[in-house]
Design a protein around this ligand. Structure first.
Ligand SMILES: [Zn+2]
Length: 50
């Protein structure tokens, strides 16, 4: 199971609660997919924002 490198929250946890631990959690592929579904495009995609 994927795990956030920054805060240690697992993708499973995030899927169950619907909450991420930090912004890095969105880097997990599973979470990325899930949030797109959960929030239905409410969250802006920040591609290449460094
Ligand atoms: Zn995190």
């Amino acid at each position: 199971m994927e795990k956030c490198a920054k805060c240690g929250t697992t993708a499973e946890e995030i899927l169950q609660t619907g909450f991420v631990g930090c912004e890095k959690c969105y880097d997990l592929p599973t979470v990325k997919k899930a949030v797109e579904k959960l929030f239905n495009g409410k969250i802006h995609n920040q591609k290449g924002d460094n």
